[in-house]
Design a protein around this ligand. Sequence first.
Ligand code: ADP
Length: 158
Amino acid sequence: MKQNRIALFPGSFDPFTVGHESIVRRALPLFDKIIIGIGENNSKTNLLNVAKRLDLISKVFKDETKIEICTYKGLTVDFCLEKGCNYILRGLRTSADFEFERAIGQTNKLLNSNIETVFLLTLPEHTFISSGIVRDVLKNNGPVEKFLPTGITKKDLI
Ligand code: ADP
C-alpha cells in the first residue's frame, strides 16, 4: 500500500505572512496532507500568543480540507512521529536561510532518518518578508496588510 505523504510545516508564525501562505499553497499538490505546526518557543518574544496564531492561520485555510493546524512543544521530529508526518516542509529565502536550515535539517535527519526535509524556494516578491519585519512595521503603525494573507487585518494583530 502506498504510504500517505504527510508534511509538517513547522514555525513560529508570529505572525503568519503571505510568504508562509505561499509556501503552504504551493506545497499542497505535493502532499496528501500538510500540518502547520506552531512551535511554542519560550525563548522568543511574542507578538501573538499561540492560541491567537492558531486562530488566524485557521481562518486563512478554512476551506482547505488537506490542511490541519496544531501547536506543539518539544522536538519537531517527535511531533512528526506523534502526527504521522514523514516530511518536514521549510521555505528558503536567502543564503542565510540555507545555512540555518542546513543545520536544523541535518540535525533532524540524525534524530530521525525516516523523515525527509523538503525545501521550496520563496517567490522573488516574498524574499524580504519575515514575521520580524511585519512586527517592526506594526510597531511603527505601518500598513502591515501588504504582508498578511487576504482576510487578516492589522486589527487582528493588536
Ligand atoms: P522559524 O521561527 O522556525 O524560523 P518562521 O515562522 O519564521 O519560523 O518560518 C517558518 C518557515 O517559513 C521557515 O522555513 C522559513 O524559512 C519560511 N518562511 C518565512 N518567511 C518566508 C517567506 N517570506 N517566504 C518563504 N518562506 C518563508
